[in-house]
Structures are given as C-alpha cells and as structure tokens.
Design a protein around this ligand. Structure first.
Ligand code: PMP
Length: 310
C-alpha cells in the first residue's frame, strides 16, 4: 500500500502531489544523494526508534553532499525532524524504512556551480525479511564496483546505484538473490547496497574503507559489537577465493540488517544455514536497534517520545 504522504522541502505533501521537474539534474544525471534509514518498534512496544540517524546525516552532509559541493536549505536537524514528522503523519508504528534524498533541481545550462537543490523524505512500513533468518544465495558479479578514481562508492550518490542495479539484476536473472562485486583491483568490495563480512578461523574480516565500499553505518556497528565480544576484527583486502572458503559469510546494511549468505556460486557456506558468530552478532544487533540493550547516546532516536535534540 502506498504511504499517504511524503516530506518535501519542509512540508508534508500528499503522495500523489510529490513531484520534481523532469528538467532536474537529479533525473538527467542522477545528481542526487540519499540515505536509507530504519525505524524499529521498540522492544517495550511503546515507540519507534530511528537507528543511528545522526550518523546517517553525518555521511550525507559530511561525505556525499560535501564531495558533490551541494548546499541545502535544510540542515541535518531539519531533515531528521522531517523523517519524524513524516512517520507521524503516515501513522507508522511498526518497523519502517525511510529515505532522505537531497537533489539538484532544474539547472540552467552551464550553471552547475550554483545549481539549486531540494530535499525530500519517503517512509514505508517495512517488516523484517524472512531472509534475515534463512539467508541469501549470491554470485560474484562480472561487473566491477565503481572505482574511487571514477565515481567513488564512498559517496552515496544516486548515479552510483546504476552500477549496483546492473549487478543485482544480472544476479537475479541468473537465479541468485543478489551479487557481490569486486573492485577494479579484483579484490572484494561489497554488495549492491550492503557491506560484506567473512568469518575465517574465528576472525571477523571485512574489506577496508579504501577497497571501493560505502562506509556503512551497520558495518561500523557490527565491528563494534564484535570487538565488545572479544572477537578479533580485521579490515583488510579480501581475495575472491576467501569468499569460497569462508566459514561464515554475511551482509550488513540498514536495509538487509545482518543477513547470512548461505551459498556463493554453488559453494555452500558452512552447513548452509546461518553461522554461529553471524547469529550472535545478529541477535546483538536486533537487541541494540530495538532498545533492548543500552546503546551509546544518540543511536536510538524516538519518533513519538520526544522532539529531536538540537
Ligand atoms: N554499501 C552500499 C553500496 C549501500 O548502498 C549501503 C546501504 N546504505 C551499504 C553498503 C550499507 O550502509 P549502511 O549500513 O550505512 O546502510
């Protein structure tokens, strides 16, 4: 079912009236940046909690918009308030996914340096996928992840997601759930919209921030959860063959959460079900996002309980 409203440029707007012009640079060149957020129904059932929304805003403003020299009439506090206002307007009380987008609007030819921008927020109820428990089957994509020298995956720019889409659609056509992409050096980077982790001999391994990945909020969360449980964590280059011989593999991302990979290119991972460490980290992650265990300040922002702290 379609949500009733969006938030556009400071106002709650009916869904069918939420429009930007066909002449916007957002459409022509994919000149927009975005963040995907999740809100979780709290363990006590009393509220909806936005997970690490300030860290998402930090990436939006500090990396994506900064790199693209994008200015916005709306700052991080206003956008977070926009997400909260929209979830309230749509009367969302269960697990939800929200998207915050800042876009380049209609731009006169040759006036890119002072192109106007706009911002909008979408929010959808999004129950947990059964694949969080059963896991996904993946294939190494024939398509390489964009390189930092071309258009960096570190920047969460809409145009980058055509690379992701091509890889994902290719994987689906071949009968897999999704893809894993190598970078231009032939090392493991990430999934189309999620970071990847391996477990080998009890060590948790993930590609470095310089291996053509988005610097994921969930990735950082998982690394902290692992370290707090005395699991050794290595950020390093990962060879493709390591994926095929890993004891456990999983994806981490706001949308996919902590999602086991149970098969890659016909290689069964472990016994074909969620691995033990993956399971522990997944449980810890869900306890955290639902406010069942204590989170650092600012990680769980209540949607109904209070206004945003400035
Ligand atoms: N990589 C890509 C390409 C993504 O789009 C995402 C989702 N934003 C991630 C990784 C995971 O990032 P996060 O945990 O911050 O959602």
């Amino acid at each position: 079912m379609k949500p009733q409203h969006t938030w556009m440029n400071g106002r709650i707007v009916p869904w069918d009236e939420s429009r930007i012009h066909v002449n916007s640079d957002a459409l022509l060149r994919g000149a927009s940046v975005f963040e995907g957020l999740r809100a979780y129904r709290s363990a006590d059932g009393g509220d909806l909690l936005l997970f690490r929304v300030h860290d998402h805003m930090h990436r939006l403003f500090g990396t994506s918009m900064r790199f693209l020299r994008m200015r916005s009439a709306y700052g991080p506090v206003e956008l977070v308030q926009g997400v909260i206002d929209l979830l309230r307007a749509n009367e969302v009380h269960d697990d939800a996914h929200a998207r915050v987008v800042v876009y380049f609007d209609e731009t006169e030819w040759g006036r890119e340096l002072d192109a106007p921008t706009g911002a909008y927020v979408l929010a959808f109820e999004r129950p947990q996928s059964p694949k969080v428990r059963t896991g996904v089957r993946v294939t190494l994509s024939p398509w390489r992840r964009l390189s930092d020298n071309a258009m960096s995956p570190r920047v969460k720019a809409s145009a980058n997601y055509l690379n992701s889409r091509v890889a994902m659609v290719d994987a689906r056509v071949k009968g897999y759930d999704t893809a894993l992409l190598l970078n231009d050096r032939g090392k493991v980077s990430e999934g189309p919209g999620q970071n990847v982790f391996l477990v080998r001999d009890g060590v948790l391994i993930t590609p470095r921030k310089t291996d053509a990945i988005l610097e994921g909020v969930t990735r950082a969360t998982v690394m902290e959860l692992a370290a707090a449980r005395d699991v050794r964590v290595e950020e390093r280059e990962v060879d493709p063959t390591e994926l095929y011989v890993a004891d456990e593999l999983f994806f981490a991302g706001t949308a996919v959460e902590v999602q086991p990979i149970v098969e890659i290119d016909g290689y069964q991972v472990g016994d074909g079900t969620m691995g033990a460490l993956t399971g522990r980290l997944q449980t810890a992650y869900f306890d955290l996002v639902r406010g069942r265990t204590a989170a650092p300040d600012g990680w769980c922002t209540p949607v109904y309980g209070q206004r945003v702290a400035v």
